[in-house]
Design a binder for this molecule. Structure first.
Ligand SMILES: Cc1cc2nc3c(=O)[nH]c(=O)nc-3n(C[C@H](O)[C@H](O)[C@H](O)COP(=O)(O)O)c2cc1C
Length: 216
């Protein structure tokens, strides 16, 4: 069945990207789930795509670089295959209205899987392009909710290389509307940190300004 524009326009398309290596005990996953549940409650019609990075993700390698820097029209079969999973990740991102990212702080930065995801979606000509004035992000009108968990590092402190980096690279591909919900310093604050993030999520989604739903 072909969906009409108005059908599509009514559906909030959510991409949930999780990067914790843990499942049952993961705080960042729980917060990402809270965000998605709150979005479902508010917008009713949502389409959710899950991209779980815990199972592994391809790294940039020599063949990938060669394929990526070959013009799309002249790529051979092997090069197209090499880029297939990266193309899929880019398409998921392009299709989303909202991206919910669950991110633990690992060794003061983002998990390696999330970095690998960024390497796969930061694609010249697809998610950014070079202009005379410098690089220009090509993803438009998207919102990111970032659910962060940390053991000891206070978010946005000098020891937090995760949040500023992620904000920077998201801006690079065109996404500057990023709301951060952090259960940080869990080692010291325990449940209090998690509860505080949960309350902020409930508040922001239920009472915050309505999100744009982009017609495809
Ligand atoms: C490999 C690894 C490295 C970590 N490095 C840091 C760190 O540098 N700073 C920090 O505050 N917490 C660090 N932690 C603690 C996690 O950020 C914390 O346990 C968080 O809750 C993990 O997210 P999750 O609950 O979603 O799995 C680390 C945890 C692991 C497993």
């Amino acid at each position: 069945m072909t969906k009409t524009t108005s059908d599509r326009a009514a559906v909030l398309r959510i991409l949930r990207v999780n990067s914790s290596a843990r499942f049952e005990e993961s705080t960042s996953r729980a917060l990402a789930d809270d965000l998605v549940a709150a979005l479902e409650a508010r917008y009713r019609k949502v389409a959710i795509v899950d991209r779980d990075l815990a199972g592994g993700i391809a790294f940039v390698d020599e063949g990938w670089v060669g394929a990526n820097f070959t013009a799309a029209a002249t790529r051979d079969e092997e090069q197209r295959k090499k880029l297939a999973s990266s193309d899929e990740l880019v398409a998921e991102l392009q299709a989303a209205d909202v991206i919910v990212i669950g991110m633990p702080v690992y060794n003061f930065s983002i998990p390696a899987t999330l970095k690998a995801w960024i390497d796969m979606v930061a694609r010249a000509g697809l998610t950014f392009r070079y202009t005379e004035d410098g690089p220009l992000g090509l993803l438009e009108k998207k919102k990111v909710y970032l659910a962060i968990a940390s053991g000891g590092v206070p978010i946005d402190s000098p020891a937090d290389f995760a949040t500023p980096y992620l904000r920077h690279v998201l801006r690079f591909i065109g996404i500057d509307d990023v709301d951060v919900f952090a259960a940080d310093q869990i080692n010291r604050l325990g449940e209090e940190a998690i509860e505080s993030a949960r309350l902020k999520i409930a508040d922001a989604i239920h009472a915050g300004p309505a999100l744009r739903v982009n017609a495809a």
